[in-house]
Ligand binder design. Structure first.
Ligand SMILES: [Mg+2]
Length: 359
């Protein structure tokens, strides 16, 4: 018997959580991202709800551009857009709620990000039974969390992922093995996971735009052009993907970052700026790996004389936000600018921060 795989993707996740928690946002374009600073902001959009997407606003768009599109829309008499700074703790909590519902129904699932997971539905035995199960799951998620998701079902992970994206929001798309080819052929090659801008551009030079177009080429042609990725492209264009749905790999024991200064420094502001950058990327990585928080914070300091000191603290309850991590890190780093940890007033060569006891 072949496999049956599902892919679940929450709809406009961060924006949906905000809309759920603030009903007065209903009907407005909602943009989660960095502060637009009235058009001068330098960050990007993280998530846009479906009203905002209609204005051409989506993930990774510069926030200043989003602001401009909103202003234009308002001047034409449209609704005022709402900009919200990401509240990661809240989204992590919602994600946990959703995926604990999923994992209580589906024994083998693998979360790939804060709002997506592959589901092994082979135990359902037939595609129609899998569809029924997933339909009920969608309802249960909505009933308990007030959030919608889109789910794709197919004979492997890749088809399931593409199918989950096919009918958003609140979609359920089932592709049985006999339908794989006709489903894939009209789609853009960009629908294939792993085909990015660069590959798409190279293929366009051959006149290749749809998956059907790629299918005209032999694996040798594709391998000559793209090296080892060529063969995998050939496979993917035929809907072949053998990756199993695996329960999450062994949890990483810690996530951290360190930085060596070009010139040893005694400047607290310089050190602090580096730490802040590290903190942001650590918190992002924690979420990316599907953890909801951590309890231990470790700071490493290497002085100009290469003497290296590590200080850590462990909390009773996990924390997950950049703000909370910043607070704890500050507590650990300050003594290194005082006699307490730095009696000889040495310059700092390297600074590192990592988090452990991930949950
Ligand atoms: Mg999503």
């Amino acid at each position: 018997m072949g496999r049956i795989v599902g892919h679940l993707d929450m709809d406009a996740f961060f924006a949906s959580v905000e809309e759920r928690d603030r009903p007065y946002l209903k009907g407005s374009p909602v943009i989660i991202g960095s502060d637009p600073e009235e058009g001068k902001g330098r960050g990007v959009v993280s998530t846009a709800n479906y009203h905002a997407r209609k204005l051409g606003i989506g993930s990774a768009l510069p926030i200043s551009k989003a602001w401009q599109l909103c202003e234009d829309f308002r001047k034409e008499g449209g609704a005022r857009c709402v900009f919200i700074t990401a509240g990661i703790g809240k989204y992590t909590h919602a994600s946990q709620e959703v995926f604990s519902i999923v994992s209580s129904t589906i024994p083998v699932m693998s979360q790939s990000s804060i709002d997506e997971a592959s589901l092994d539905l082979t135990f359902c035995e037939t595609f129609s039974a899998a569809e029924e199960l997933v339909k009920n799951l969608k309802e249960e998620i909505y009933k308990k969390t007030n959030l919608t998701c889109s789910i794709g079902i197919g004979p492997n992970k890749m088809i399931a992922k593409i199918a989950s994206d096919f009918d958003k929001p609140d979609g359920l798309t089932v592709i049985v093995p006999e339908e794989v080819d006709s489903f894939l052929q009209p789609l853009s090659i960009r629908s294939i996971p792993g085909v990015g801008k660069v590959t798409a551009k190279a293929l366009k030079k051959w006149g290749v735009e749809t998956i059907a177009d790629v299918q005209h080429y032999s694996w040798q042609d594709l391998q000559n052009k793209f090296g080892k990725h060529g063969f995998s492209l050939w496979e993917r264009a035929r809907g072949i993907d053998a990756h199993p749905v695996e329960k999450r790999k062994a949890k990483s024991q810690s996530i951290g970052k360190h930085h060596t200064f070009n010139v040893d420094t005694k400047d607290i502001h310089e050190v602090y700026a580096v730490l802040q950058k590290h903190i942001k990327s650590i918190v992002k990585e924690v979420q990316k790996q599907g953890f909801s928080g951590f309890r231990t914070v470790v700071l490493t300091v290497r002085f100009e004389d290469f003497n290296t000191v590590t200080r850590s603290l462990t909390l009773d309850a996990p924390i997950c936000s950049a703000k909370a991590l910043e607070l704890k890190t500050t507590k650990l780093v300050l003594p290194f600018f005082e006699k307490t940890e730095n009696p000889k007033n040495l310059a700092i060569r390297l600074i590192g921060v990592r988090v452990e006891k991930l949950t």
